[in-house]
Every structure is written in structure tokens, then in C-alpha cells.
Design a protein around this ligand. Sequence first.
Ligand code: LLP
Length: 442
Amino acid sequence: ASSAGPPVRRVSDWEAGALHEIAAEHGTPLYVQDLDRVRENCERLRNAFPDADVRYAVKAHTGRSVLETVREAGLDAECASAGEVDRALAAGFDGERLHYTAVNPPARDLDYVVGITAAEPAVTVTVGAVDTLDRLAERGYDGRICLRVNPGVGAGHHEKVRTGAAAKFGVPYDRAAEVARSAADRFNLVGIHAHAGSGIDPDQLDSHRELVTRMGELARELVEPRAETGSAGGDARPLDLDYVDVGGGFGVPYEEDAPPLDLHAVADATREAVGPLPAGVDLAIEPGRYVVADAGVLLARVNTVKPTPDGTVVGVDAGMTDLLRPAMYDAYHPIRNLGGAAGATAPDERPATPVTVAGPICETGDTLCKNRSLADPIRGDFLAVGITGAYGYEMANQYNSRPRPAEVTLDDGMATIARRRETLTDLTTVERTENDSTGESR
Ligand code: LLP
């Protein structure tokens, strides 16, 4: 707790009046991201892991002001693409503080990263396949490398985000030492990396512990090889690693009554599981969700209230194109009726009614909740969808030709438009027109 605020900010903790004003001024659907809460979350992580490198997983929220806030709070950044590296550099991160995790990297991404690496200081490239090493060598890459390992143990809120045991990610654990040694012969190998998955809740800490244990063992085997570590380790030269990165994935409670992760307990478990690290080898973590999730809400407005034989369907102006998580993972997001319908009583004076909240998209899966009890919604009310600061705007798309929503950031209570609402013109600006002479781009 302390100065870093409560362990989670619930949707009920937001000030309804302030959200009303913002929605009235900027329209809906609208993401709101509170930079003060982002700061608190960074501080909470740094307090719990005082001697670890904390790297923010940029994919959770790439907004410029969020990146600047995280950088000022002293975190490094983990990027999943050239685009994320580009954004992090634009937000003022030094290349030294950037880690690019290359998963089956498109040639364009490798070209970009090798290009910026030619100018010091360079980003570190985390590699999960021998082919990626070869492709970097072909491009004359001579910067820092980290090896991504498939630890054989995964965790996370949904099958689709459990990366730890998925063959797509990293080199198999039992080949990792051998690949690390050959990588170190060709490049400046500075670390090893693994990521269990996303949304690790308190009941999945055993998987986290298991992953961390394996990574600690691997670090010792590489840095302090002993004869008895097996044939490959027997006469291996010791490697000089700077860090063992055990990934991100720290969960945030979405359900109102779910207990928050005890970060200090996670930190203790992590330290214990990783064991004594060789001198000069630091622990690193790369949380995304934990930094930004509870710093955000999505505001939507009720436009239709329809009684049906299957219950009341509340139609709103935000759907799966704005917030994909419910449709994609059956994810739960808390929803609060903020009221606002002209002449209606305050929501807390209305009866609770079971409703399904659905968006404007032509798919049955386009719901934000099903049969959930809300303070009876009326046309014109604003709804706040909670815990949308991570993987909210980032996964928004233009399906059904819906422009992406706007986003406002709050800094010390001051609202600033951070990403303007897209327009219908934005939908077609990338289309080739008849008198376009530029031809197809690579
Ligand atoms: N490091 C790596 C290599 C990752 O792939 C990820 C997330 C993270 C760190 C950060 O994980 P976090 O701390 O945010 O859980 N769209 C999904 C989440 C996908 C996460 C993918 N990788 C969702 O909305 O739940």
C-alpha cells in the first residue's frame, strides 16, 4: 500500500462527476487513462522488486503519454514489434533501455532494428529461434542478444494467452543451454528470457514459481558450468550474462470481489524460486497489464433499451471493435452505470436489473456482459467499463468500418485528448485511388 495507493482501483473508485464531464465534452465511446494511477503502479512494482530491472510491456498500452510516464518512473520497455520500438524511442526511451522480443519477426522489423542498432546506443533483441539468429547475422547485426526459452510451463487467464508451454515461443528448455552457447559465439549474449503467459492470478503462482526455478537453474548452468551439469556443460566456457528475465503476466482482479495479487508475495516467491544468481546477473520482469489495466475505463452511452423474451438488451455505442477482450477471451470487465439520462434518478436509487450489454457490431459475440445485474439502464445513461487500460485501445480495430474511439488522459485530474477519435475519412486514407502513382508498398 503506502504512497503508491491501493492494490487495485475498482470501477466504483472513479469519480462519476468527473467521468460525466469528460464524456460530455469528448463524446463516447471514449477511453480514459489516468497517468497518476500508472505512476502508482510503477512505484508499486519498483517497491516490490527493488533490485530487479522492471521492463514495461509496451503492447498493453502504447499511448505516448503513458510511455513517457513509465519512462519517467524509471522503467525500461519491452517491445513486440518495430512499431513499438519506434513509439518507445519517440517517447524518449534510450535504446539501451529497450528490449525487442522478436517472435517470428517479419523481415521489415529486423531491417528496422538492425538499422537503428547501427547507430548507438542499441536495443537488445530477444530471440526465440535459431533462424532468427541466422537472419540477424545475415543483416550484419552485432548488437546485444537475449535468448528466449520455452520453459515448458505456462499460466494465464485464457488458453490463448498462455505462452509458456506453447511451441511457438522460445527454444525448447532442453536445448536452451546449447543454443545459448552457440549464440554467445556469434553475438553478445546478455540474457535469457521466458514468459509464462498473461493474467497470472493468485492461484497460478505455482506455475510462475516453476518457470522462475527453471530459469534460475539455466542461468547458473550457463554462467557457472560444472562438470556434472552434463555432457554439454562439462567443458563449456562460462557465459557472461547480465540478466535473467522471467517475463510479465502479473494479474489484475477484474471481478469486483476477486482478491488482488499480493505483489510482495509474488516478489518473495520469485526471489526464492530463482535462487542465488551468479554475480552480475540481475533479475528482470516485464509486466504490461499490471502497469496500466486499472488506470483505464471505457465510457459508452446507452442508445437502446429493448425488452425481449430473453431479458433486457441494453444497446451501447461501444462494441467489440473498441474493446475486443470480452468477445475474444470471454473476458469479464466490471460495468458501472454512471447515469446521465435526462431527468432520470441517480443510478444508485434505481433497482438492479439483469441486462445484456451489446454493441453496434453485426456479430452475436459483440456483448460487453451477459445477464449481469446493473442499476437499471435508461437511454442516455453513460456506462463505465472498468479495467480497460491494458489491451483495450490496443486491440481496437475498424471492423464494420467503425472508426476507433478517442482517448483522454488524466494527469493530476486534468483531462487532455491523447488520441483523437478517428473519422470516416481515416477509414479510407490508406486505400489506393485511381490516380495514385506510388504503387504497392513493400
Ligand atoms: N512479455 C512478453 C514476452 C509478452 O508476450 C507479454 C504479453 C508480456 C510480457 C506482458 O504480459 P502482461 O504483464 O501484460 O500480462 N491481449 C491479451 C494479453 C496478451 C498478452 C501477450 N503478451 C489480453 O487482453 O488479455
